[in-house]
Design a protein around this ligand. Sequence first.
Ligand code: ZN
Length: 210
Amino acid sequence: MGSIILFGPPGAGKGTQAQRILEHTGQPQVSTGDMLRAALAAGTEVGEEAKRYMDAGALVPDDVILRLIVDRLKEDDAAAGVMFDGFPRTTPQARALDAITEIRAVVSIEVPDDDIVERITGRFTCRGCGTVYHDVHLPLPEGSCPCGAFEELRRADDNEATVRARLATYHQQTQPVATHYEAQGLLHRINGVGHVDAITADILAVLRNV
Ligand SMILES: [Zn+2]
């Protein structure tokens, strides 16, 4: 078996696809955010160490994250591998991960920057009920939210300049990770533009053949 890495820019739909894929593979989804929260809640030694960095407003260093992953991989549900979502983000992280688990496939969900910008900057939420809408893809039905308490909420960091800056960081740091796995013959590129069901089908087709 071995673990799977789901890879792609912010806004590519990794979270949505991860949920759908794990229903088929049974491999648990592992993100660093979830692992940190679980370790903090459980009060483990590595969780306490991570907390000291977070309390100081610092990034949790790679070696601490790697120890979280080592612990996570020892859990019963991870025996056949896991699905990493949002990790590794850098080549040093990828090399460290290679040393602790076998990677079976890396699925890169590819979406052009302009599409990502449109997806993210068009998003807004109804403050009344929490429903997420989109200017183009999921407009308000008949101009308002059926909950009757519509109030538009847009995240301040969902503006074009911020999204383009995040994408620039992604390309600079994370694209070398794609190159790292491509050299090992593990990288599979998926077109992330189109219907969510079609994208899931493409990913599952890749995973059936590795
Ligand atoms: Zn509403």
